[in-house]
Ligand binder design. Structure first.
Ligand SMILES: *Cc1c(COP(=O)(O)O)cnc(C)c1O
Length: 370
């Protein structure tokens, strides 16, 4: 084994360096025009994002967390409401519910790492207003089962699709199932910009109007304040960069799916691991592999072994699902999620990895279990 080799978990400089010339042209163009806030590049990106997702409205906002807060408020989630959300998610999902004034009710994930519909159904009370499925790792949750629960109890669905841009369930894009859905363009996300960025999408005209007001000080088209609002706009410069990258995004997804298939080919026979579904495992799902999250026997030993061989891995959320943050006082007993977090970890997954990198990682893992 080549002990001097290093495979970073995510290559941040490569985000810019692989297309430096083209990106500088985009940035120069925007800056020469002095087009910084709520300009044409943002409107173009919003239109192209909506068309990519096949959704009626898309709004660029400051980040994926604001996107969730704005989506929840526009959908009508209010103080006193409860919103069901999986504990296996970023703190931002639960925090957005808190800042919309409602109470996050944490539930289990299922073996596919997505929200467990059975656990969600058990958590419904008279106060439940919405379910927030989290389209984690570039996969879409079992939306039929979740929609059935929502229909039965008259609940809204607001999707956290921060990790799911382009992922589909029954040919429908993540983010477009519920009354509103959200995305993040944090640099390490599948479609990443050079700072913070996010979006809210919806097919509902009334919700769209509220989102447009909430992200820009409650001002209507004539600049009149008609509602309390925030300053949460996606920078025009970031929008121009995202619009440029969206054009070749399907290629990025294709490469991620290739990498997932190569991991499967290299590791699929190891009984000590549980891998994500292969790209073509289930015709109902189209996964974009934001992450490659596995379960592993002797997980900590495996991570140490890989670290010594220069392969950087991480455990999602720093290893702590939301219900384990004691200081937040969110009491929930989630034994499946507790056990899952003793076994889960993420292997490098991004388009700067070569086939040879993947083979090296697979060989190092096989070596550990030998
Ligand atoms: C990244 C992420 C967010 C928040 O996005 P930011 O742009 O960082 O605010 C929310 N939910 C999930 C699941 C995420 O992965």
């Amino acid at each position: 084994m080549d002990a001097t080799r290093t495979i970073p978990f995510f290559n941040y400089p490569a985000l810019f360096q692989t297309q430096e010339k083209e990106l500088l042209a985009v940035i120069t163009d925007v800056c020469r025009r002095g087009a910084y806030i709520l300009q044409k590049d943002l409107r173009d990106f919003e239109a192209n994002l909506a068309s990519f997702l096949n959704v009626k409205h898309a709004f660029g906002v400051a980040n994926g967390t604001d996107a969730l807060i704005i989506a929840l408020r526009a959908a009508g989630v209010e103080p006193g409401d409860e919103v069901i959300v999986p504990s296996h998610t970023y703190i931002a999902s639960a925090a957005s519910i808190h800042f919309a004034g409602a109470k996050p009710v944490l539930v289990e994930c299922a073996p596919d790492h997505m929200i467990d519909p059975k656990s969600a159904a058990r958590a419904v009370t008279k106060r439940t207003k919405a379910i927030m499925p989290v389209q984690l790792n570039g996969r879409t949750a079992e939306m039929d089962a979740l929609q059935a629960i929502a229909d039965r109890h008259g609940l809204l669905i607001v999707e956290d699709a921060a990790q799911g841009l382009g992922s589909k369930f029954r040919d429908r894009c993540a983010g477009t199932f519920g009354v509103a859905g959200t995305f993040s363009f944090y640099p390490a996300k599948v479609l990443g910009c050079f700072g913070d960025g996010g979006a809210v999408v919806t097919n509902d005209d009334a919700i769209a109007r509220k989102v447009a007001l909430l992200r820009d000080h409650g001002r209507d088209k004539d600049g009149r304040v008609v509602k309390w609002g925030l300053n949460s706009r996606l920078d025009n410069l970031q929008a121009a960069i995202l619009d440029f990258k969206l054009k070749t995004y399907p290629r990025e997804i294709a490469r991620r799916r290739e990498i997932a298939a190569r991991y499967e080919a290299g590791l699929g026979d190891l009984a000590q691991l549980a891998l994500p579904p292969t790209p073509d495992a289930d015709p109902a799902h189209f996964d974009v592999y934001q992450n490659y999250e596995i379960e592993a026997d002797r997980r900590d030993g495996l991570r140490e072994h890989l670290e010594q061989r220069g392969v950087r891995t991480i455990i999602q959320w720093g290893g702590t699902p939301v219900h384990q943050f004691k200081e937040l006082g969110l009491k929930a007993s989630l034994p499946y999620t507790d056990r899952f977090f003793t076994r889960c970890m993420m292997l490098p997954m991004n388009t700067t990895l070569s086939d040879d990198d993947i083979d090296y990682i697979c060989a190092a893992i096989r070596d550990f279990y030998r």
